[in-house]
Write a protein that binds this ligand. Structure first.
Ligand SMILES: NC(=O)c1ccc[n+]([C@@H]2O[C@H](COP(=O)([O-])OP(=O)(O)OC[C@H]3O[C@@H](n4cnc5c(N)ncnc54)[C@H](OP(=O)(O)O)[C@@H]3O)[C@@H](O)[C@H]2O)c1
Length: 285
């Protein structure tokens, strides 16, 4: 990236050595209403100004509408933002993925994606998707690629392919209330040095109303959102991508990047939200 994130922003390193801020921005519900698009784009711009210069979107979100909101937010600063988008599984074929990516690039107003993900495992053979991703990469339309909603067996299947090792990340549901990946998937990804992108890090907002989290937050003098995000950011290989169109929430979320959770707080989180006690299939939204 042309300009580095602020010094107090934790970084996560992709397998190719590229670093990104550990706190990025989600866009799932953006671009659905024309009247809200400008507010949403300003919220993303504020997040970028504050150093959360990674944005996660998808062709699925508002059927391209979210990518258009991202286009407005990255205009004039494309080189300083790490742009992630995703292809629908039914568009992830040898030829269809190329066209889907080109449509995303057009909506985003850019010539390349920093990261392109298969949104979830689908019916099209993985080898075809990987071949398309590799073609996009060598053509310069994407810089790297990865997957989303892949459980450990899916990752093994991917790594059995010749170019599977090029996978840069797996974006999965992960927050204090959803810790199932800690049993097998997260250790597997760590062994292969693949960072995780934690989606719905605030449990789509519902987690913030959890009384146990609220009590921990009160004792720590932080907000529930800051505890939830700060907890994810304790891991050096986890990128959290909370979504917000509210500027106060974005400022508050940014402060989580500098939060250091002390051992008693981490113990209280483990007691209230225990890690998995056995194999747990990947939860998806
Ligand atoms: N790969 C996948 O399959 C997948 C699936 C789901 C999500 N994702 C990605 O992950 C991103 C984040 O997940 P998500 O949108 O599902 O849920 P989330 O980030 O866990 O929660 C978003 C909700 O929390 C609220 N919020 C954010 N900050 C807050 C704060 N400080 N205080 C109070 N409320 C706050 C937001 O409302 P306000 O706007 O009012 O702040 C919004 O309603 C998505 O936008 C998307 O980019 C990927």
């Amino acid at each position: 990236m042309a300009r580095s994130p602020p010094a107090d922003m934790p970084l996560v390193t992709f397998p190719d050595g590229t670093t990104v801020p550990a706190l990025g921005l989600g866009t799932w519900t953006m671009g659905e209403q024309e009247a809200r698009a400008a507010t949403e784009a300003s919220a993303l711009s504020l997040g970028f100004d504050l150093g959360m210069t990674l944005v996660d979107t998808a062709e699925m979100y508002a059927e391209g509408g979210a990518e258009k909101v991202v286009a407005a937010a990255i205009a004039g600063r494309r080189d300083r933002v790490f742009v992630v988008s995703k292809v629908y599984p039914h568009n992830a074929g040898r030829k269809s993925a190329i066209s889907a990516c080109e449509r995303s690039l057009k909506r985003l107003g850019t010539d390349r994606l920093d990261l392109y993900l298969l949104h979830w495992p689908g019916q099209i053979p993985l080898a075809e998707t990987v071949a398309a991703f590799e073609r996009l990469r060598t053509d310069g339309k994407i810089v790297r690629w990865g997957v989303s909603n892949f459980d450990t067996a899916d990752m093994r299947e991917l790594f059995a392919l010749a170019e599977g090792w090029r996978c840069a990340t797996n974006q999965v549901l992960y927050h204090v209330g959803e810790r199932g990946i800690e049993w097998e998937l997260l250790p597997w990804l760590r062994e292969h040095r693949i960072p995780v992108m934690a989606y719905s890090p605030l449990g789509q907002g519902a987690l913030l109303r959890n009384p146990k989290l609220a009590a921990i937050a009160r004792r720590s003098g932080a907000t529930p959102a800051q505890i939830a995000l700060g907890w994810l950011l304790q891991s050096p290989d986890v990128v959290a991508i909370p979504e917000s169109a509210d500027i106060q929430h974005i400022r508050g979320n940014r402060a989580a990047a500098t939060l250091r959770l002390d051992p008693p707080t981490l113990d209280a989180i483990d007691a209230a939200f225990p890690p998995p006690a056995g194999p747990t299939p990947l939860s998806v939204i």
